[in-house]
Write a protein of this length. Sequence first.
Length: 559
Amino acid sequence: MRELRQLHAQIIFHCLTNENLTLGKLISFCAVADAGDLRYAQLIFDQVIEPNKFMYNSLIRGYSNSDDPVKSLLLYRKMIGLGLCPNEFTLPFVLKACAGKSAYWDAMVVHGQSIKLGFGFQVCVQNALINVYVVCGLFQYARKVFDAISERTLVSWNSMIGGYSRMGCCKEAFLLFQQMRELQLEPDKFTLVNLLSVCSHGCYLDLGRYLHLYIEVSGIEIDHIVRNALLDMYVKCGNLQYAQTIFDRMSDKNVVSWTSICSAYAKFGLVEIAQEFFYTMPVKNVVSWNTMISCYAQGGRFKEALDLFHKMCISGVVPDEATLIPDKNVVSWNVITGALALHGFGLDAIGIFENMRADGIWPDKFTFTGLLCACSHSGLIDMGRCYFDRMTSIYNISPEIEHFSCMIDLLGRGGLLEEAIRLIGAMPMKPDVVIWGALLGACRIHGNVEIGKLILKQLLELEPHSSGLYVLLSNIFCEAQRWEDVKKIRKLMKDGGIMKSRAISFIEIDGCVCEFIVEDKRHELSSCIYTMLDQLTDYSKSIGRLTDLSNAFLDTAEM
């Protein structure tokens, strides 16, 4: 850019600023080249009295590839308003900008304009239309455009297969792949990665192995991206042996490869092996750290999880642009909805959901888990019923056991135990311990001993060794002063060898996490700790006695 600025200075010095051909090349380099500067391109463009179509195309292309694709749409509208007719080089980048902002209405307008201008059936425009419709979730339109292409390129096939992969439509994706093969069109790495991705998300191990076999037999050249996709597929499908084999054969392992194999062993609960891979990684990113922290947390090793989190912080690992994208997607909305639900801000969570819909973001099953949880924690029974119904009637999302659990908890907390039981009876799946546990908790809140006793049988079949459930039921009987039933519960625990779990407390001192239980003697400084506690207790008692004497003295003085 330094040399280009010098060249620009020479253009100004020699009074060549009216030479649109020269300025167009200057704008094009600044807007499109890797070494360019989009802001500088805009500054040059703004000084041109009558910018031509080539200049507009260069800037539209530059902004479509930037973090601010909306400017491409604004430039396109300005271009049309000035009477400049777009061409086949303009429209693909305008459509790319529409995809970047999920602006499907703008994409439809551009689609209509492309047909009107005679560019609608050019393959580069059609490929861009497929991409934007896929990104916006309008698959019926994407498929119509795809079917209308007379001479499909590999980009056309990959765009459609990628769209089906993103939506988890495995059958449709592989049918297109089969048609490709019948036309003797060789797939590339993007085709293979998309197909492996849909196998991963749906846990279609047989199809994944078929694709792996195709790669081996055909001798198609693949890179580390495809190998990592293969590794991820076997990890997600639960085939640890094949995952390890793929990893061992990789000559160019990168951080994604190491993180995937670490995640594989973590998924199977093999914490020590996962830990060994983690500390062997030559390079770790934020995903690597998160994988290991999650592994510890899911294994109940909370001290190690907190210690590792502290090490991550002091190692200088920070979230990157992949962890924090500037646009709010469905995951971002779900996280804030779940956080508000967790802290009891039910109406705020509902407000967030409505804002999400106003922004054009389509909710998923996790959205409704957070939403129903918010209604449950805030006692919003009618709203909970409404959103539970809208899941299927409007958003075509089939309720899963997590959604039923939230609704059972909501109805139970509201005292509607009979309605909760009817909902359990209408569930398409067998109730699990979470469902029965939620109902049992409601029985304690409302003192319903009889339903609690009916639930006991179901729970004993599902979790015969869960001390928490026995304790909860015992508390229900205690609060109802049914002491004989309390004795029976305690006898069941004793006969079954079930011990009440001891509570654990954590404290962080200078970055080191320590854990404690009642009468704990494991800490190397436990004797000093207990001595200090005794001193604090004695001091507290002394302060209490002095307070009592002071109050007595004041009472006497007032008499």
